[in-house]
Design a protein around this ligand. Structure first.
Ligand code: ZN
Length: 201
């Protein structure tokens, strides 16, 4: 009886473990130059798509230095097409992923073409690539885990809601286009919001 009990407990533990999301830790080269913050100041998750077709290109972009501080632009998390989650920046550091809201948010980047490769031409302003079921599953799981881990997180937003600035298109300066359109209309907000207790901004 005892052995059976131990076995059952072991199986239950295993089953429990498999529901814990594996996150591959891959800190950016300039990671330690990113500003530290009190994690209780984080109140929002921002959903992005990379507007790049692969994790490799997204990593390359993330590693590129844009600022005098020796840092660049990236999210905290990246979700590849197969649903595997990578962490480039620790939750307690400020990543540069959304103008005006970096200090108090965590950025989740989903690998998806967006408008790639003609981001700013008038004819390519529609996001047409669907998110994979594995990506949707992983993003929901990650949002759950973060909002449970950090009770200060109350809001969630798409990058496109937080940055509505316009810019001249690259092929016709008289036509203004949105600087940011991610994660776009194909992101399953209804599916995500039906499972979390966060306010959508
Ligand atoms: Zn974005």
């Amino acid at each position: 009886m005892f052995k059976v009990g131990v076995m059952i407990t072991g199986l239950l533990l295993l089953a429990g473990c498999s529901s814990i999301q594996k996150v591959v830790q891959q800190p950016l080269p300039y990671h330690n130059k990113l500003q530290l913050r009190d994690i209780s100041s984080v109140d929002m998750i921002v959903i992005h798509c990379t507007e790049l077709p692969t994790l490799e290109l997204s990593r390359e972009f993330g590693e590129t230095v844009h600022y005098k501080s020796g840092t660049g632009n990236s999210g905290h998390y990246y979700i590849d097409k197969d649903g595997v989650v990578y962490q480039y920046v620790a939750d307690n550091r400020v990543a540069n992923h959304v103008r005006g809201h970096n200090e108090h948010s965590i950025g989740i980047e989903i690998i998806n073409n967006g408008r790639y490769p003609d981001w700013y031409t008038t004819g390519s302003q529609q996001n047409v690539e669907a998110y994979t079921p594995q990506q949707v599953h992983s993003v929901i799981k990650l949002v759950h885990r973060l909002s449970e881990q950090y009770p200060s997180i109350r809001n969630i937003a798409g990058h496109q809601e937080l940055d509505q600035s316009l810019m001249p298109s690259s092929d016709d300066p008289n036509i203004k286009i949105r600087r940011k359109v991610d994660p776009g209309p194909l992101f399953p907000w209804a599916q995500l919001m039906s499972t979390v207790e966060l306010s959508k901004r």
